[in-house]
Design a protein around this ligand. Structure first.
Ligand SMILES: [Zn+2]
Length: 87
């Protein structure tokens, strides 16, 4: 029997982990493609604090609900590091 999931056999447990890993891989790939397809015109692409161009994965969609209602903007890595907690 599985040590982790009492209702599973070891074989089922291995299968379960393989499925989680595959789902994670698919999710990362989907995210990679989504980021690659981003267009600057649809996004805020500069750091809200220093105005530097930020890495593509940090871009914020202009039509994102939080960007509209709360003024959510990207932040570059070095400005982000200036905060102990994300403000
Ligand atoms: Zn910055």
């Amino acid at each position: 029997m599985s040590d982790i999931f009492p209702e599973m056999t070891v074989e089922q447990e291995k299968q379960w982990f393989a499925e989680q890993q595959e789902a994670h891989r698919v999710e990362l790939e989907r995210e990679r493609i989504e980021i690659a397809q981003r267009k600057a015109v649809d996004h805020y692409i500069r750091c809200r604090d220093c105005g530097a161009f930020v890495q593509k994965w940090r871009w914020v969609r202009k039509d994102h609900p939080q960007a509209i209602s709360q003024g959510w903007r990207p932040m570059c890595g070095s400005c982000f590091d200036n905060y102990d907690n994300y403000p």
